[in-house]
Write a protein of this length. Sequence first.
Lengths: 288, 403, 311
Amino acid sequence: MLAAQVLINALVLGCLYACIATGFSLVWGVLNVINLIHGSFIVLGAYLAWGLYQSLQISPWYALGIAAPAFFALGYVIQRLILNRVITAPVLVTLTLTFGLDLILNNAMIYYFKADYRKLTLTPPMGSVSLFDVVVPIDRLIATASALALTGVLYLILRRLRVGRAIIAVRLDRDAARLMGVDVNSIYAIAFGLGAALAGCAGVLMALIFPISPLTSTAYLGKAFVVCVLGGLGSVSGALAGGILLALIEGIGSALIGPAHATTLSFALLIVFLIVRPQGLLGRKGFE
Amino acid sequence: MARSRLTSRRLNSLLLAVCFGLSASAALAQDVVKFGAPLPLTGPLAPEAIKQQQGYDLWAEQANKAGGISVGGKKYRVEIVYADYQSNTPRAVQTTEQMITQNNVNFLFGPFGSGATKAGSSVSEKYKVPTIASTASSAQVYDQGYKYLFGTFTPNDTLTTPLTQIVKAKAPDVKKVAILARNDLFPLAIAQEMEKSAKANGLEVVYFEKYAINTLDHSATLSQIKSLAPQWIFVTGYINDLLLVRKQMADQQIKAGVLSMVAGPAYQEFIDAAGASGENITSAAWWHPAAQYSGKDIFGTTANYVKLFREKYKSDPDYAQASASVSGALFQMAIERAGSLDRDKVRDELAKMNEMTFWGPVKFGPTGQIDSLEPPVLQLQGGKAVVLSPALIKQGEFRLGVN
Amino acid sequence: MTRSNLILLALVVGIAALPMVGGSYALRLGTIACMYGILALSWNVVGGLAGYPSFATAAFFGFGAYTAGVLLGKGVPLVVSVPAAGVASFVLACLLGAALLRLRGHYFAIASLSLIEVFRELVNNATDLTGGGMGLNIPLTSTAGVMADATFFFYVMWGLLVGTALMVVVVAGSKLGFGLACIRQNETAANMIGLNTTLYKSVAFGLSAGFVGAAGGVYAAWVHYIDPSDVFDILYSVKPIVMALIGGLGSPLGVLIGAFVYLGLEEVVWRNYIQIHSGVLGILIVVLLLFLPHGLMSLRSQLLAWRPKRV
């Protein structure tokens, strides 16, 4: 029974991890930028959900509808005004730049919200469902379903919409895309906006489950790293596979060798994956 | 020629003015006694730093309202010099040195927590600056033979032993204990003490694990604990960890006879955020606003301290803020008794101290750590923290069962 | 030896005069300045010369700090512990480098970042040896006075900086330096003309880690207390990069100047903006990258380029 419970826990948690990582993966894949503000975006999204629920009684489900456009705009502007100036610079520069931006955003949040922890507690609490002694909390189930729906929406955008196909085209070969008449700069900005929107929405969902504080941003970012590398870059299904794999490793690892080693295990695995299979679980070679 | 004489006269008067100004400011400076408080105002420990700051500020405000600290018939205004060490221990050491050599503080408060306090104390000891550590509990901080370091927290085992004894007396069915600890200085140290207390009282520790500092999810760990069916679950960590663990316990429908969390229920934020799920959680802390001591310090009774705190901050103080305030009050008593700002004399007064305060009886042992205090055991009942022990300030009876 | 390398050495030697003029706080700053110099110069070997975006500095700094810390705790004297930390870091980095440096660009950056996490958690969980999350107390090495102690550690750190500067100068003038430059410009081509790129990169990675590890060791002895979240702080990885960017990538003199300028800025910001200093640091980074992408050294070359036009 313990095994079944651990498995179910991991599946649910894995979908949440996937939700944390999709936006990060998209930005990395399309813009070739490792976006270190991602974690702080998620936390900001969580604060948004908390603030809306606390002051206006707006439920987090509706908050998603507010977070998505707001974060899209934020991301779009940041890309247009700041990132775009160094988009062709080497990794070092873009990475350090997003680190600097993250310091600013995180410090602003600490300054404004203070560093103490908030908790979005729905009244009444949603409780859990149990089946043969395996228990699943309902709020997690709903968050998981929403996370899956979000990634589904992204998948549809990328596959069906014109702008989505342009994003994929830029990701595969930016010069060819440019020659085909794609406005690469605006695609970059849209992709970064989408990444930010996904982070914001992920934050809204995480607010239901985890305590909220600017200090959690590095934990989210760490998960996004690992999920992304495990699953393969820039692909939606890859993020899902990576998320579930990570949650399984952590769950089984903490049951077998103790929770303190679970993080070590996940990062060690990340390094092994980078060396042995840099394209990730589902990625194809040559897509990097 | 005339012009140059004029210039030189001007220069003279200027010099005179400067000298006068200097001496005036020197006279002013003499009327101030400076306390240095290195705090982790940013970084992971920031919430703790704010509590410390509130405690110090409240004391400084009260002391200055009464005209200041009187030293040999003269009143000295209290000034507290704050600096941020970014939750980074080496920075704390650097800040401590900076305060002594650059800001010329007379006395020091320790930085936050046992690790930073121990690190910082090597500097203050070198310069022979009396330091009161308001948040360092580990006995290892005080065993270095330092003469200028004093602490207001009793050792960690004084928290876990009374808790274990109450559980053993009131809940004889409790046989198996599961301990889950944050892998961090204080939470890990207190968990290790808990393990010892449990074993000493004949309980079986069926689970003892650490979790990493940035852990986002405890579901796997809790599932495992559930499968072991302990009657007592003991979790340590900071407020965010404890809230998350409590929520996930409820999610997984884990029930236990006793659930202890250190130091959650001692904090009002925890009580607020946990809501109904906090009911019957036990904890222990060095102080609680429900305590009723009648002290000789500037705050007098515990009730008066709580009242003043509420007026200033619109919230209830917890042990962290109270410890900061009492540290200031103790300095004040020692300075007034020494009748001097001489560091060695004040140090001797602190070492001799044996006095009741709003914080409880204060007497520092030979190592400098307080040894007179009996920390209260608490339980959340009806959304409020109730003191179960010591008998002197007891408010209610232990209740079994956490859902 | 180029003129800028001569200036570099002169600058390093000049710092040695600090104890004659400064008090103990100045010495503490001077020690940190030397430490930052070591980190930045070391990073420059792999980051600037070979062009690999390494974020592993903090990993080896912490590794060195703990190696020396544990040894010192067991009663091994400083003169043995610190070199041991340096050598251990060098060997470990060479081995890891052989595997990790196959990765390029983002993949290498992520892998080197992850090293910090792995090392930190390993140290965190080896409670018996390292004290885990409770930190490690390192016995005081001397019972001399405040100034004597401060001066001693300043000179130890300074000596290490001299060593690092010499290493950098030697590397730059050697076949290794030439090889690294080839790798930076076109690794595939370098490979084709028969350069053993894996060896070169591993040695570069090892050299940059060795001095950082030794600096970590000195640091541990100096502050008497370390804990995993302090010494495996990602900022130890980012700061050297920012310093290098301030000074100008690749030029050792620029990097060292960058380190000192950075320390100065950090002091000013830290003293004046208690609540928002990390934000101010962030703004500094962003502004620097957007408006001065080639560092302070580029200003000089701009001036040089500008002068002949007037003639």
